[in-house]
Ligand binder design. Structure first.
Ligand SMILES: C[S@@+](CC[C@H](N)C(=O)[O-])C[C@H]1O[C@@H](n2cnc3c(N)ncnc32)[C@H](O)[C@@H]1O
Length: 268
């Protein structure tokens, strides 16, 4: 497969930024329930361009520390711009691979990961790495999606076709975009304790900034969907066009995917 074009990479960064904004209130609700404390040392693994860096930074305050960890140079430079723009002086970005275990064990009070368990090979081994990074009694946090709820009413065939094409693409590449269904069980299998879960679905009327989220996501995956033969070029473009018309229709309601948030304590 060819490397993604510069345009596709730019779209992906914008998509991740829009997605992070969309889930801001739910991230706050999650961290309220967890009860983060000032002075904590936290890490956001696979932080992307935004992740939850600002939320963590605000909560742990001037005596805390936040690390954003990612391997992608474009995400890292976007995250560094965010740090500068928002003056997040306690946040540092480290470039690295989630599986190379170069970070210190037991170093963090809280280890967070969002929208990464959906990728190929990201399962118990990655969760074990999160556990290793977290001190005994510290908190491991996951936020993942379940796309089966990402739908509209009345049902629109093009919407379902695009969504299902992306679910298929994730499956074909060994990933699972519905990883949010599995994380609660994974936390139990990893012997975390005091495991909690909450979930959220948004309703997105005309004007909601994430109403076009599915279209944006599909456009970042266009080259891969076509290369995998999941949709033809003309079918893909037709579905995009139909969805772009559809989201302008105020009588059509769109529901988001489910965001599943799970957290648990590392045994002392
Ligand atoms: C879908 S994005 C999610 C970004 C961010 N967590 C958020 O919720 O906005 C997945 C991120 O994980 C990073 N990532 C994926 N696999 C990785 C790996 N093996 N090592 C380091 N980063 C990885 C990607 O570069 C990307 O920034």
């Amino acid at each position: 497969m060819n490397a993604p074009s510069a345009e596709t990479k730019k779209r992906e960064i914008c998509r991740l930024m829009a997605q992070a904004n969309t889930w801001e209130a739910e991230t706050e609700a999650l961290f309220d329930q967890i009860g983060l404390l000032p002075g904590w040392r936290c890490i956001d693994l696979g932080c992307g361009p935004v992740g939850v860096l600002s939320h963590l930074s605000q909560r742990v305050g001037a005596h805390g520390q936040v690390i954003g960890f990612d391997e992608d140079p474009d995400c890292i430079s976007a995250a560094e711009s965010l740090i500068e723009r928002k003056n997040l002086s306690i946040v540092e970005i480290i470039k690295g691979n989630l599986f190379d275990n170069s970070l210190k064990r037991d170093a963090f009070d809280l280890c967070h990961l969002r929208f990464v368990f959906n990728q190929e090979g990201c399962d118990q081994e990655l969760l074990q790495n999160m556990v290793k990074l977290t001190r005994p009694g510290g908190i491991v946090v996951s936020q993942e999606s379940d796309w089966t709820t990402w739908k509209c009413y009345p049902r629109q065939p093009s919407w379902s076709k695009l969504r299902d094409a992306m679910i298929t693409l994730f499956k074909q590449s060994g990933g699972d975009i519905n990883a949010g269904l599995r994380t609660f069980k994974m936390f139990h299998q990893a012997h975390l304790t005091d495991i909690k879960v909450r979930s959220a679905i948004l309703t997105m009327p005309v004007g909601h900034p994430y109403r076009s989220g599915l279209i944006r996501f599909a456009l970042t995956m266009r080259e891969r969907i076509l290369a995998a033969g999941i949709l033809t070029e003309s079918a893909f473009d037709q579905h995009i066009e139909a969805c772009q018309q559809m989201i302008k229709d105020p009588s059509i309601i769109i529901f988001s995917y489910t965001l599943t948030q799970v957290w648990g304590l590392v045994r002392s």
